[in-house]
Design a protein. Structure first.
Length: 211
């Protein structure tokens, strides 16, 4: 074999090595990009929620068997803190609880898309008619009624998706808990104003959010 043939084979071998190196480098860059994209999708900053106010139209307890009738309108705000990630709210149910027991039917909030740094405000009614209260809560409820104040929790349970550019993630579970002290039995507490026969409480209460 001539020196010319050896040089030709060496050149082909070097060219093959360069192609392999470029392919490996391209594959590594692609993997790193996918990992970075997944990091963006899986670790965005969760939205923040604030319970601005609650208007109590009804909070009536009947006895001797304890049944609770509730009618409350709330103003709930959500903010997307992300600069480059949008949020789809696909299905959100809002309801009220008392000491862990759900006391209203779930109210479905309208589906919406929240852009970067956007704020969304909902003002739904949550209500429950003659909801039986668990026996072990009856005494606590009677005591709260006598005191004229009650702690209720406004909760949001649903699904959200993240949007980065044209990529949209799968659905993630969203759980929000907003505690609120309100007056019952005609007692006025905190910043409140009468709205006809109802009482509106200005709360501006930060909520706990899990995603």
């Amino acid at each position: 074999m001539s020196a010319k043939d050896c040089g030709h084979h060496d050149e082909e071998r070097h060219k093959l090595h360069r192609h392999l190196f470029a392919a490996v480098l391209g594959f590594i860059i692609l993997v790193l990009f996918i990992i970075f994209l997944i990091w963006l999708i899986l670790r965005p900053t969760k939205p923040s929620f604030i319970l601005h106010d609650a208007t109590i139209y009804a909070f009536n307890v009947s006895s001797p068997n304890i049944f609770l009738t509730t009618n409350i309108q709330i103003t709930l705000a959500s903010r997307n803190p992300n600069n480059k990630i949008g949020i789809y709210y696909d299905k959100l149910d809002v309801y009220a609880t008392y000491r862990g027991q759900q006391i209203t039917l779930p109210t479905l909030l309208p589906s919406t898309y929240q852009g970067h740094k956007d704020v969304t405000i909902w003002s739904p009614f949550v209500y429950g008619n003659s909801v039986p209260v668990a026996p072990f809560l009856s005494e606590s409820l009677n005591q709260d009624q006598m005191a004229g104040t009650v702690l209720i929790n406004i909760k949001v349970d649903g699904r959200i998706r993240w949007k980065v550019g044209t990529f949209i993630s799968g659905k993630y579970h969203l759980y929000v808990n907003c505690p609120a002290y309100v007056g019952v039995g005609g007692k006025v507490i905190g910043n409140s104003i009468a709205v006809g026969s109802a009482m509106k409480y200005q709360l501006v209460q930060n909520c706990h959010v899990d995603v």
